[in-house]
Design a protein around this ligand. Sequence first.
Ligand SMILES: Cc1cc2nc3c(=O)[nH]c(=O)nc-3n(C[C@H](O)[C@H](O)[C@H](O)COP(=O)(O)OP(=O)(O)OC[C@H]3O[C@@H](n4cnc5c(N)ncnc54)[C@H](O)[C@@H]3O)c2cc1C
Length: 298
Amino acid sequence: MFNKLIVALMPLAPRFIVKMISKRYIAGEDTASAMVACQQLKQQGFLTTVDILGESVTSNDQAREARDSYLELIMEVAKNNIAKNISLKPTAMGLGLSEDLANEYITTIVQKAHEAGVFIRIDMEDSPYTDQTLDMYDRLRIKYPQLGTVIQAYMHRSLDDVKKIAAITGNLRICKGIYKESPQIAYQDADEVRQNYLKLVREMLVSGAYVGIATHDPFLLDESLKIIDELKITKDKYEFQALLGVPIVKRLEALVSMGHRVRIYVPFGSEWYAYSSRRLKENPDVAGYVLKNLFVQN
Ligand SMILES: Cc1cc2nc3c(=O)[nH]c(=O)nc-3n(C[C@H](O)[C@H](O)[C@H](O)COP(=O)(O)OP(=O)(O)OC[C@H]3O[C@@H](n4cnc5c(N)ncnc54)[C@H](O)[C@@H]3O)c2cc1C
């Protein structure tokens, strides 16, 4: 309720205040800022994945622009001395307009990334796009092994999806899921989501497929470490992932010092205001996190 109130009041907040709050979570407006953030994170021992803010484009021109920005980003990431890893949202490539268009643009990006030795992760968006995203991943990964996608633990279907991808030793990020989905298709209870999360991580690790354990939840971090230990999984088979700005740096540094790979998701771009407002409206819980994090340094 309180979180919904914050979201309702957001349009009244001056832009500079929203910017001040978002600053912590966004590397800046241009590629150069993102590269600086990645260099700094690298010095702290972190890997990175870079994302250009923007999604749900409403015209082919916007989708083409987004594609071109990603093609440029691939070159930047390849020439800077940082982790060669990029994340992208299918609706930024026009998936909401036409599946063929998004397929064409994403294929172009993945081909270019392949040539430059850059890994691409296709983020998972809300449920209308799940099948299309997984089909795209399935089709492209045969030719381009430097490709991964994402599975959301709140979806009832996810264990089946993970089993299929684990069987072909695919590469998955496992996250809880950020969109609001209906009880018909998604767990609503936090504990059920957690339990499913751990099932998915275990399934990936048992199969020997590579998994990105993307969470800031201390319980899931602890339990995932226990599974890794129990199954004696080597450190080249998984990584931990966190969003830029979420105040768990000490915990992440501890993971790095124990020799685990930790990757930070670094979003940047001029779309920060639209992106932040949309995210908050979609899931008011995020507003609560952001407010809480204002008072936490690390
Ligand atoms: C690297 C990465 C990539 C992701 N990619 C996707 C994706 O492709 N598709 C998708 O649906 N979801 C994605 N997510 C979001 C994810 O699904 C969850 O919504 C988010 O991580 C919160 O879940 P949690 O596991 O951290 O646990 P929670 O219990 O929700 O959060 C634990 C704590 O982390 C902090 N926190 C969590 N999220 C935020 C936030 N957004 N802003 C500020 N503080 C926060 C809060 O302090 C909170 O108390 C991604 C998350 C990460 C870390």
